[in-house]
Design a protein around this ligand. Sequence first.
Ligand code: CP
Length: 320
Amino acid sequence: MLNNLQLNSEGKLKHFLSIEGLNKSLLTEILDIAESFVGIGDHQIKKVPLLRGKTIVNLFFENSTRTRTTFELAAKRLSADVLSISISTSSTSKGESLLDTIRNLEAMFVDMFVVRHAISGAAHFIAQQTAPHISVINAGDGQHAHPTQAMLDMFTIRQIKKDFSNLRVAIIGDILHSRVARSQIQALNILGAAEIRVIAPKTLLPAHVESLGVNVSHNLNAGLKDIDVVIMLRLQKERMSSALLPSESEYFKCFGLTEEKLKIAKPDAIVMHPGPINRGVEIHSKVADGPQSVILKQVSNGIAIRMAIMAMAMQKQGAM
Ligand code: CP
């Protein structure tokens, strides 16, 4: 159902709402197209004309630094006209419904919505409601999915490690509330990672987490053994309805990544984090800023991956 909504009748990307239901060849195509966009940032004129004449609206109902900015830069580098609407200053704050906001923007001849919303399923709902020529890209919905983040993470992993088939990847921290973790697990499984290990206290893991195709550890020292890629997650306190941890300092003692703990992973392991990072809570500054960290590389890669996804979603309209 979700898959059908995301793809057109020729199997091409129309909306990008979730990794779920997509196949390895489509994910690999996204990574390959992103690869072709990486160098554009170094050009004197950082633009290609692929989406000239198209209008893209960034609709962010939740705060964002990285996702919103890289989507905006990506759209501009594709030569699209881009508007970023701040919901706190829009008529939503005067009681206008989500659907009425969308209908009014549609009336301005928009070609694509990039949507971040605190409610799971919001981007999917908008995709169902919009006119057939409009594409919707999910920039993070509640605890459900953050598919472009997962793809930029896969891109960064492939750039450094080349191949997924021998990789052991650990995702550490607040898996329960993380849309990023859900999308990463789906992408890593589709791309054929050798092992996905989630490491967290029991209170920060969803029920039946093994059914997602992961191994589980509650001990950071044991869990880091033989790991090639270490993905840290922040505690998502805005989504916690009750106290799930004794204290942040206790959490850091047990699950915070320090230089000493990182030595348990493989010597060439990379450290990733989708951001925003909370130094001294889930990660020590010496690791976040250290030689194994690729956190800022992830941010840079966000532009190329978002260019690829936007260009592919517009391809159905003959833009590529
Ligand atoms: N990784 C991520 O989604 O960051 P922002 O919330 O700053 O967009």
